[in-house]
Design a protein around this ligand. Sequence first.
Ligand SMILES: Cc1cc2nc3c(=O)[nH]c(=O)nc-3n(C[C@H](O)[C@H](O)[C@H](O)COP(=O)(O)OP(=O)(O)OC[C@H]3O[C@@H](n4cnc5c(N)ncnc54)[C@H](O)[C@@H]3O)c2cc1C
Length: 444
Amino acid sequence: MELIIEQIVVYSVVIVFCLVVVILYLRSQKMKSNIVEEKIAQAKIDGLYEPVSLHPVVDFGSCIATGACIQACPEKDILGIRNGKATTINASHCIGHGACFHACPTEAISLHIGTEKRGVELPHVSQEFETNIHGIYIAGELGGMGLIKNAVEQGKQAVENIAKSLKSSRQSAEYDLIVVGAGPAGISATLTAKKHDLKCLTLEQDTLGGTVFTFPRSKIVMTSAMDLPLHGKVKLFETSKTELLGLWQTVLKNNNITIRENSKIESIERVDGFFRVGTKSGEHFNTRAVLLAIGRRGTPRKLNVPGEDLEKVAYRLLEPEDIQGKNIIVVGGGDSAVESALLLAANNKVILSYRGETFGRIKPRNGVSVREAVEKGILDLRFNTNLTSITKEEVVIRVGSDGESTTIKNDLTYIFAGGELPTQFLEKVGINITKKFGEAILKH
Ligand SMILES: Cc1cc2nc3c(=O)[nH]c(=O)nc-3n(C[C@H](O)[C@H](O)[C@H](O)COP(=O)(O)OP(=O)(O)OC[C@H]3O[C@@H](n4cnc5c(N)ncnc54)[C@H](O)[C@@H]3O)c2cc1C
């Protein structure tokens, strides 16, 4: 009898222990799930939930919530586990590493472009990267696939195809190929053109490097090695902007290639069987083929005010942590202007000038942060003002269209006045574009 009682006690203790463990586990899962739920709600408020480009889609039927996708993702808070299934959170921050796709042990993730709600405009390109206009090709992120290594690979493949196609015709022109844009795709294309001995000119509206250099972030992640033409395998899995830029510059220099910076292409026309490519400054070049490697970020809009060509004027914010003790004016009323002004205000005297009476459609979180910064006296916010001129040490801002003008001491001027989308440029050139509403680009 005693033995039976003893056994009942032991079993009861074990059962209670197991129950406690299960309850604690379920509670912790529920708590984690709630945190993800809150992050999703915030992402929806901030407009970050709906993806803008390539992003993962989870098949709930196959997902067993191992969390491998979350661990593999080099970015933060793109994915989380909610109610026992992986789900996207800040999907618009996904830059398409695809690490989640490869990491999932049950193959529950596929990569899609656009969503039912938010279509993504993409140009038509053939397998050879040629558009509907014979002789005009597209490579890199403009075609829909993000990432440096993809851009490098596509730049290379596109020029391999162009070289083959040019061989079959005996026409000659000032150039065999003009590459537009010197991001990773354009650089790789330029190197491949050199390899094939093509007469090639590469024109970049800004400076060498492309999109990654226009964002205030120094870490660059590459989930696999890339094969850079005329150089070989690059195994930089985690690198910095400086290191990557140094690599581009060295490889180009070693191959005697000069890229023309500050040359924005504004027109491409067919003239007598060639393409006549025109820059903003009025230069024209004749070429047999064109490769557009202009990415998807577009061209910043200028204010066209006197002094805008001064070196201290910028349309993007690089390395804000290195800017200290300066008198700065940030112009604009969108999220980029507000976020940049807030970042700079930590270590500088910053005026945020916006022509509107209030901010239009900024993220609620930015609205709160800007109000707090103004209340604390960290940020000088001036609605209903227009920047009218810039000199080396000053700027002039005017109230409204004909109000009082004030001259202000100024070291740096940042202008965030929107920009021209690459799709607008493509349409002007005559390239066909379609909207993708959630099409799977990569699936098992
Ligand atoms: C915040 C952020 C972080 C990222 N981090 C990573 C990362 O860690 N790892 C990674 O692999 N990828 C990352 N990416 C993605 C990566 O930057 C892009 O996929 C890649 O740069 C695309 O290369 P691209 O050459 O196609 O275009 P881009 O890099 O966008 O280059 C296009 C170039 O064309 C120029 N151009 C545009 N229009 C014209 C014109 N009309 N005339 C002349 N020139 C023009 C532009 O000035 C630009 O230099 C990140 C992207 C962002 C936004």
